[in-house]
Design a binder for this molecule. Structure first.
Ligand SMILES: CSC[C@H]1O[C@H](OP(=O)(O)O)[C@H](O)[C@@H]1O
Length: 347
């Protein structure tokens, strides 16, 4: 157990208050290493290289990055440069732009001398709010889980999830995992099918790590196994997180989510998306309008794992590879949106 008790905050201010501490998620579950970020540029690297990841965590890290830039130089040029550098890190998660806009709005009309303190306060508030939002998503999802479990009370509730939308992807609790944690703690027997989630394996490495640490029964599966499990009646619901829900309810999430939604629809399995309001993007009309991040082919052509003295990478093919990091699930395939305000059948 890396962090005891109910709270597992994945980002915190450094002891001197000038930086932030995050877990280097590239090393999990093999090594638990907290790293300190002390500049906007380092925060940008951490986001782009996925030391830290997940829409709310990307937003929180960028917010602190902007605050650190203003602590170094509170001028307009510094603000603009840091904003642009951080915004350019990853294009799909809307929380990134939302958080940067929140911090910029908090300081833009302030005198230079007051900007760093105000930016830091806004970044702190974004984190505290995210933890509260995710907890509320958990409460709303817990009520849903009680209803779902009542259909088959003599066996565990079987949930399938894709990627990691856990406390590692947020400030605490997670979005898709929040109902799982609260249901487990409330004594509802829950089992989670964990998609490994190629190519970065956020499910096998991060969600499994979280669930194991919380004592939640789970089974890691190949991404392509979910359809069969649903056909066999072994999945009661699919719950995923999201990086952006557009005005019409389309869902941008980790690559492979759309295929789970198709299998769920074909087998009558409810498909839920868990999100806080900070991941809703009313300014983008549909999923077709969302930039889909294309990441390095190396993530696909190389396997990474623990080795003597650190992490080893093995190249598995010299062939060209394409690595879109997200896909779009049309709103028509979504049963409901689990939000802090309730479970909505339309966003
Ligand atoms: C609660 S946001 C989690 C969301 O972010 C993940 O993407 P990445 O690991 O590339 O940052 C994935 O889409 C998750 O559903």
């Amino acid at each position: 157990m890396i962090l005891q008790g109910e709270h597992r905050r994945s980002i915190a201010r450094t002891d001197d208050g000038a930086g932030v501490r995050i877990l280097d998620q590239r090393l999990l579950p093999w090594e638990v290493r907290w790293v300190e970020l002390r500049s906007a540029d380092t925060a940008a690297v951490a986001i782009r290289e996925m030391w830290t990841r997940g829409a709310p965590m990307i937003g929180a890290t960028a917010a602190y990055g902007l605050a650190m830039a203003l602590a170094a130089d509170p001028g307009d040029a510094s603000l603009a440069r840091a904003y642009d550098t951080l915004l350019a890190t990853r294009p799909t998660a809307v929380n990134l732009r939302w958080a940067l806009d929140q911090v910029r709005a908090a300081v833009i009309d302030l005198p230079a001398a007051a900007r760093a303190t105000a930016a830091l306060a806004r970044a702190d508030a974004i984190c505290d709010e995210d933890a509260a939002l995710c907890r509320a998503i958990g409460e709303q999802g817990l009520a849903l889980f009680r209803t779902l479990h009542a259909k088959n009370p003599d066996r565990p509730l079987n949930i399938l999830t894709h990627c990691n939308a856990g406390w590692l992807a947020t400030v605490d609790y997670g979005t898709a995992t929040a109902p799982v944690y609260l249901a487990h703690d409330a004594g509802i027997p829950v089992h989670v099918w964990v998609d490994e989630t190629r190519p970065r394996n956020q499910g096998a490495l991060l969600t499994a790590f979280e669930l194991a640490n919380h004592g939640v029964p789970h089974t890691v599966i190949a991404d392509n196994a979910g359809g069969l499990l649903m056909m066999q009646g072994k999945v009661d619901a699919v719950i995923v997180g999201t990086d952006r829900v557009t005005a019409n309810g389309d869902v941008c999430n980790k690559i492979g989510t759309y295929l789970k939604a198709l299998a769920a629809a074909d087998n009558g399995v409810p498909f839920y998306v868990a999100l806080p309001y900070t991941t809703f993007d009313p300014d983008t009309a549909t999923g077709a309008d969302v930039p889909i991040e294309e990441r390095s082919a190396d993530e696909l052509t190389r396997l990474t794992g623990p080795a003597e003295g650190g992490i080893a990478t093995v190249k598995v093919t010299d062939s060209p590879a394409a690595n879109p990091a997200f896909d779009v699930t049309p709103a028509r395939l979504v049963t409901g949106y689990i939000t802090e305000r309730g479970v909505l059948d339309r966003i």
